[in-house]
Design a protein. Structure first.
Length: 115
């Protein structure tokens, strides 16, 4: 079971990024997926989640209206579209799946929002 995130980088305030997380080793379409983030010196926080079919999503209040989660089950991929980025969005972003009672994490991708 593996999750591999990509798409992070340096972006100016107000800019956009789309993160991807490619899953392997399990039946991706059967599981809800989540995105988390962790900034230096802070606890990991939930960004949002998407249902297994992709027909239901939720985003943390502080990111609502700016971030969107989607998925392509044919590609075993979940996405995080981030718009109107702010410096406080700088963090390592992780995707996550809970499978058989165990949380699986990717290695994370760094997002830095700075001018």
């Amino acid at each position: 079971v593996q999750l591999v995130e990509s798409g992070g980088g340096l972006v100016q305030p107000g800019g956009s990024l789309r993160l991807s997380c490619v899953a392997s080793g399990f039946t991706f379409s059967s599981y809800a997926m989540k995105w988390y983030r962790q900034a230096p010196g802070k606890e990991r926080e939930l960004v949002g989640a998407i249902s297994s079919a992709g027909d239901s999503t939720n985003i943390a209040d502080s990111m609502k209206g700016r971030f969107t989660i989607s998925r392509a089950n044919v590609k075993n991929t979940v996405y995080l579209q981030m718009n109107s980025l702010k410096p406080e969005d700088s963090a390592v972003y992780y995707c996550n799946v809970r499978r058989l009672g165990v949380g699986i994490w990717g290695q994370g991708t760094q997002v830095t929002v700075s001018s």
